[in-house]
Write a protein that binds this ligand. Structure first.
Ligand code: 5GP
Length: 191
């Protein structure tokens, strides 16, 4: 997606540890016009009419998913909550996810009330690095018995293994910009 790539080149900041900061337009200050274009592009790539839920993870995925939902017939957005509590009552789908940015594992949960076997789910997230967040969200979909339509990512870091592993598993993964390298702060995209 050309508009997104241009914006990453203009406003993205490369930080230590291969972290790309896009918080001036995507996950702190949010450029709604750009996010609407992102939502339209997700719709173009996931045209399945049966998609009725968009699943994401707090916090950065929420704004992206909420705007994208408008292009999916106002599909419900469900976001996995990060929690420290244990799932004791069986009313939740729970998985453990290892955080790329913080380097620690954490639990995420989704209420069984909001996802079940009648749903067709598109997973959306801001970044894909090693694939832990997506794997956790896919596991929640599996537990719920819902159908997975695919996974939509705004920025994939193609030099980390997540995208390759998930594509090898046959996941319908669509990334709107794939960064192939960050060399001395210079960003190169996959064609
Ligand atoms: P993964 O689970 O694929 O290793 O990492 C994806 C998650 O880590 C995303 O939910 C995202 O919030 C965060 N993340 C990974 N890499 C980056 C990055 O370069 N920049 C930012 N802002 N977040 C990242």
């Amino acid at each position: 997606m050309q508009l997104l790539k241009e914006r990453i080149l203009r406003d993205g900041k490369v930080k230590e540890g291969n972290v790309l900061k896009v918080d001036s337009f995507l996950n702190h200050r949010m450029d709604i016009s750009l996010m609407q274009e992102i939502g339209k592009e997700f719709r173009r790539r996931f045209p399945q009419p049966e998609i009725n839920k968009i699943l994401t993870i707090e916090a950065s995925g929420i704004g992206i998913a909420a705007i994208a939902a408008q292009y999916f017939n106002n599909a419900d957005v469900v976001f996995a909550k990060k929690t420290k509590s244990k799932n004791l009552d069986g009313e939740l789908y729970t998985v453990q996810v290892f955080s790329f940015t913080r380097g620690v594992p954490f639990e995420v949960e989704v209420s069984k009330k909001y996802l079940d076997q009648d749903d067709c789910v598109l997973i959306i997230d801001d970044f894909l690095a090693n694939g832990q967040a997506l794997k956790g969200l896919m596991e929640i979909v599996r537990q719920s018995g819902a159908r997975l339509a695919g996974c939509g990512i705004v920025i994939e870091k193609g030099f980390q293994e997540g995208g390759k592993l998930l594509r090898e598993q046959g996941v319908n993964l669509q990334s709107l910009a794939i960064v192939d390298s960050i060399d001395n702060g210079a960003i190169t995209f996959r064609e």
